[in-house]
Design a protein around this ligand. Structure first.
Ligand code: MRU
Length: 346
């Protein structure tokens, strides 16, 4: 399952707005195509958004004609602004764009053509690293799961949200690869239904047992003692361990604490944003009200009703049992332990 593929001169994205009923790739030839695909959630999920933006920088670079390096870098900065302006919450978007810009800044002595080649190599490296990173998250995370565990997940933090393997779903894949019998409860994840449309499909494609529930049923199944653990992804993790993820994640975390169910967050180090103290500083995207008033294009709400549609929420660190990263599992106190981990890998 490859949601993102670079083919010579274009970026091919599996259109996630059409899944699970249609499997169609959208071809992006310009950086504006990529920006639109991110904004319209043809590609979505923090790591996938990041790598797509990296290839968007490659396409933007290709549009520059001429050999003036400083002019080229100014053009790249303009490209980066359009890509940064797509969605505000997932920090991987900004991490990926800064990494690409650094390649240009660090090679100002080279020719424009050489820098373009280096940018493509960097985007390819990021794509490859992403899969390796998710496998390491899986390796560390699966050790937290017993054989027979029933895992509840929210949104889609799977192969579709990355370049491959997935973060939260990567832990489930790794546990099964380790011979553990794991089954999944997937929240439908209103309003955009990433759980019902993407997670259910992804797991069924691989024969991993999955039960689809509405978001409102999670408390019921926790209280019945059916859920062994909750594992979700993340879009941005603050220095103190507060976690931004798909709207509804905070509700799950409170329910998990109330029912003494471990609540794990699986995320790459690239999703850490140690430049911000707490979750209060994480920008939360507000999306189109039609995502709430309509389902599958059918209007369900009365005309003129007032609507709110924050796409993410923040789970305070006290509700997070552990953060599973590609460099190991981190436990509270997060302020110290996340910094220690980053220092260790740097
Ligand atoms: O709005 P989306 O679908 O991009 O939101 C995605 C999530 O919240 C994921 O849980 C998160 O990005 C982690 S993906 C590995």
């Amino acid at each position: 399952m490859r949601p993102i593929e670079w083919k010579n001169d274009r970026l091919c994205l599996l259109d996630q707005t059409l899944l699970p009923h249609q499997k169609k790739y959208v071809e992006c030839y310009t950086y504006s195509d990529v920006a639109r695909a991110i904004k319209e959630m043809i590609v979505r999920g923090a790591p996938a958004i990041g790598v797509s933006a990296a290839y968007g920088m490659v396409l933007g670079a290709a549009e520059y004609k001429g050999d003036d390096v400083e002019g080229f870098i100014k053009h790249l900065e303009k490209v980066s602004e359009l890509l940064k302006d797509t969605r505000p919450t997932a920090v991987n978007l900004f991490w990926a764009i800064e990494r690409m810009l650094k390649v240009a800044y660090d090679n100002r002595q080279a020719s424009v053509e050489d820098i373009k080649d280096l940018l493509l190599k960097e985007a390819d490296r990021m794509a490859q690293e992403d899969v390796e990173t998710n496998r390491r998250i899986g390796y560390f995370g699966q050790q937290l799961l017993q054989d027979g565990a029933v895992v509840l997940t929210h949104c889609n933090a799977g192969a579709l949200a990355t370049v491959g393997y997935g973060t939260a779903l990567g832990v489930i894949r790794a546990a099964r690869e380790a011979g553990k019998n794991i089954s999944v409860y997937a929240d439908e994840t209103r309003p955009y239904l990433q759980g019902a449309r993407l997670t259910a499909w992804e797991l069924m494609e691989e024969g991993i047992p999955v039960t689809l529930i509405t978001d409102s049923m999670a408390g019921y199944f926790m209280k019945k003692g059916i859920i062994s653990a909750v594992i979700v992804g993340a879009d941005r993790i603050a220095a103190n361990g507060d976690v931004a993820n798909k709207i509804g994640t905070y509700t799950l975390a409170v329910l998990a604490k109330e029912n003494r169910v471990p609540f794990y967050v699986a995320a790459p180090l690239s999703t850490l944003d140690l430049s911000i103290e707490s979750g209060d500083d994480i920008p939360i995207e507000e999306r189109d009200e039609r995502e709430v008033t309509h389902i599958g294009g059918v209007r369900i709400a009365p005309y003129g009703v007032k609507v709110a549609n924050p796409a993410f929420d923040v789970t305070p660190n006290q509700y997070v049992t552990a953060i599973i990263t590609d460099a190991g599992v981190v436990y509270p106190p997060y302020k110290q332990n996340l910094q220690k981990l980053v220092n260790k890998v740097d």
